[in-house]
Ligand binder design. Structure first.
Ligand code: MG
Length: 359
């Protein structure tokens, strides 16, 4: 049975999340920015929507330059990672149901192994891709692009070849026709440096790379990279779709104003603790480590953690430990606090163990 892998990539994810939250932004140029601590317009555009790209506002551009280009035609808003993390978590829940294995590749990208589900039939996979796009649009009001191929590499490159809202299927017989005309930089992992080195060797497109004698590549790049380049250019990739376990679950929030208001902080921590335990229960895990996160008014990050003797999913355990950590922290640190957060980590899968609270 031929292998089938799907790659799903949310279209300009941060910008779309903002448009869903505030529909007035939709249809107009929008740039989501990460402002640096130096204040003013220092920082960079993280994601721009397609309307903003049309007027020249690109991801990675300095905010000041983007403003000079777009002026008041474009809305510039600060990134809200809590919002994107939440949307990403929802995506995860929706997508996991569609394949036999799920791998989160980044906050807005994922792989699905769908070989069994589609019984090796690429036309079935295409229908499944359409279903996924419809489900994501219906449930989250977000569009995504989907690439389908015989492995992760081809699925990802197929996805990248048609955006936004694309659906691209590359069957095994079509891999070489798809890959060979592309410039080498389209291969995953080939950055400007490798591209330049290949250019010096006279290799510009993937087809040329595929036909290059491996010994020439070994001399220039070493064995491991040469093997990767040769395989990738020929569309060969055996890497599995691997479920990556989440390593931590956290929530962070801002105080109304920078302060040391214990009552406000304890209320916020209790709310976040509840939210964290909800996610912990959804994921059917237990945690061992509880961490308090503090960002002070001068943007310094502090963490204080406690590792328990046994794994738990107890809300009161988090609440009690986090209070103790907060009081100890406040004793030693005089600055006002801007943001405060709760994190749990050190996960164990729940195997019907009893939680600490039951003892
Ligand atoms: Mg994306």
């Amino acid at each position: 049975m031929p292998r089938i892998v799907m790659h799903i990539d949310m279209d300009c994810f941060f910008a779309q999340c903002e448009e869903v939250q505030n529909p007035k932004l939709k249809g107009k140029p929008l740039a989501v920015c990460i402002y640096s601590r130096r204040g003013g317009d220092s920082g960079a555009v993280s994601t721009s929507n397609y309307e903003a790209r049309k007027i020249g506002v690109k991801s990675g551009m300095a905010i000041a330059i983007a403003k000079r280009i777009a002026g008041s035609r474009c809305a510039f808003i600060p990134a809200n990672f809590e919002l994107y993390e939440k949307a990403s978590q929802k995506m995860r829940e929706i997508l996991m149901a569609f394949g036999e294995k799920f791998e989160q590749a980044s906050i807005d990208e994922a792989y699905l192994e769908v070989t069994e589900k589609c019984k090796g039939d690429f036309s079935k996979a295409k229908e499944l891709g359409e279903e996924i796009k419809a489900a994501v649009l219906k449930q989250e009001r977000l569009t995504c692009s989907v690439g389908i191929g015989p492995n992760k590499l081809i699925a990802k490159m197929a996805c990248d070849s048609q955006k936004p809202n694309g659906l691209t299927v590359i069957e095994p017989e079509g891999v070489k026709d798809f890959l060979f005309p592309l410039p080498v930089k389209k291969i995953l992992g080939i950055g400007p440096k490798t591209e330049e080195m290949l250019k010096e060797m006279g290799i510009l497109d993937v087809g040329e790379l595929a036909k290059t004698d491996t010994s020439r590549l070994v001399t220039r790049f070493g064995k491991a990279t040469a093997a990767y380049l040769h395989n990738a250019a020929n569309g060969i990739d055996d890497s599995p779709v691997e479920e990556k376990e989440q390593v931590q679950i956290s929530r962070i929030t801002s105080l109304r104003t920078d302060s040391r208001d214990e009552k406000e902080m304890l209320e916020l921590l209790d709310e976040m603790a509840q939210d964290v335990v909800k996610t912990v229960n959804e994921q059917k895990v237990l945690f061992r480590t509880i961490t308090l996160q503090i960002i002070t008014e001068n943007m310094k990050m502090h963490t204080r953690g406690k590792t328990l003797e046994g794994a738990t999913d107890s809300l009161s355990a988090i609440k009690n430990e986090i209070r103790a950590l907060l009081f100890a922290y406040l004793e030693q640190n005089p600055e006002n606090i801007r943001r405060i957060g709760v994190r749990v980590s050190g996960f164990e899968k729940m195997k019907g163990q009893r939680t600490l609270e039951e003892f």
